[in-house]
Design a binder for this molecule. Structure first.
Ligand SMILES: Nc1ncnc2c1ncn2[C@@H]1O[C@H](COP(=O)(O)OP(=O)(O)OP(=O)(O)O)[C@@H](O)[C@H]1O
Length: 250
């Protein structure tokens, strides 16, 4: 079953001051099956951020439609969209997006507190995730007390705390060293396999991308190519590099 349908999405940014009109997305069609792990790659300026902004409802397409779990998110009111996002989608960002004034435990709990869950249930769910990611010892520390890799584990735990069926990750390893990158990608891959969350990840990094099942390459706002993994990560990594050398990557 398809959980995300990106149907002929066009996004034109209007001319503003010195900037000319820009066709950021030029008729994008991508279907994503429930449980898939899809990477979006493409050169700088190809439209990746614009696409993620459309998918998360931050911005609206000029034309076309985005359907997530059989609901068109373009027509939703602001309040309905906020609730839909909270119930169904987890977000992981390059710069972690943690609140510095809250402890790590509190950062993970935010979505549950917004949902007015009772404090015991909040405590148990947060503890379960912190143990799973081996960060329970850090529960009462603040983001500025821990490493980038640990911050990203907190951000992944926060993205998962509501059991979302879809996870959007925007360059989740962009600020991490290679060891933390491996660590976080293994975690995201396990979430995809074991909890069966559907993951859509924008990345420049061929190593991070090699954990995906499928990569969609975009360029100039259009889908240029798609490749699927045979299951062997090293082979997939080599194919990603090949495609990047043809269509241009970073
Ligand atoms: N707010 C905006 N106003 C006008 N043009 C924009 C705006 N945001 C993006 N663009 C233009 O739309 C195109 C796609 O940009 P986008 O940021 O989606 O690319 P990207 O693939 O995410 O790039 P990068 O990898 O560098 O982050 C580019 O030509 C960009 O200049």
């Amino acid at each position: 079953m398809e959980i995300i349908k990106i149907d002929n999405v066009v996004k034109v940014y209007n001319a503003y001051k010195d900037a000319k009109e820009a066709m950021a997305l030029d008729g994008i069609n991508i279907n994503i099956k429930d449980g898939d792990f899809v990477g979006i790659m493409g050169p700088s300026g190809s439209g990746k951020t614009t696409l993620l902004n459309m998918l998360s409802g931050v911005d609206k397409p000029t034309s076309g439609e985005i359907i997530i779990k059989d609901q068109s998110i373009n027509d939703m009111s602001k309040d309905k969209l906020a609730l839909f996002r909270r119930k169904n989608i987890g977000y992981i960002f390059q710069d972690f997006n943690l609140l510095d004034s809250l402890t790590l435990k509190e950062n993970i709990a935010i979505p549950l507190i917004l949902d007015k869950l009772n404090p015991n249930d909040v405590e148990n769910r947060v503890k379960e995730l912190m143990k799973l990611f081996d960060i329970y010892d850090l529960a009462n520390k603040y983001p500025y007390n821990v490493s980038g890799g640990q911050k990203q584990k907190v951000a992944v735990a926060r993205a998962l705390v509501n059991n979302p069926s879809v996870i959007f990750a925007d360059e989740p390893t962009g600020n991490l060293d290679s060891k933390s990158t491996s660590n976080i990608m293994n975690i995201i891959s396990n979430i995809n396999k074991e909890i069966k969350s559907t993951v859509l990840m924008v990345t420049h990094d061929p190593f991070a991308a090699s954990f995906c099942n499928r990569i969609v390459f975009i360029k100039d706002g259009k889908v240029k190519m798609e490749i699927a993994s045979s299951g062997n990560r090293k082979d997939f990594f080599d194919r990603i590099l090949e495609v990047q050398s043809v269509i241009g990557g970073e």
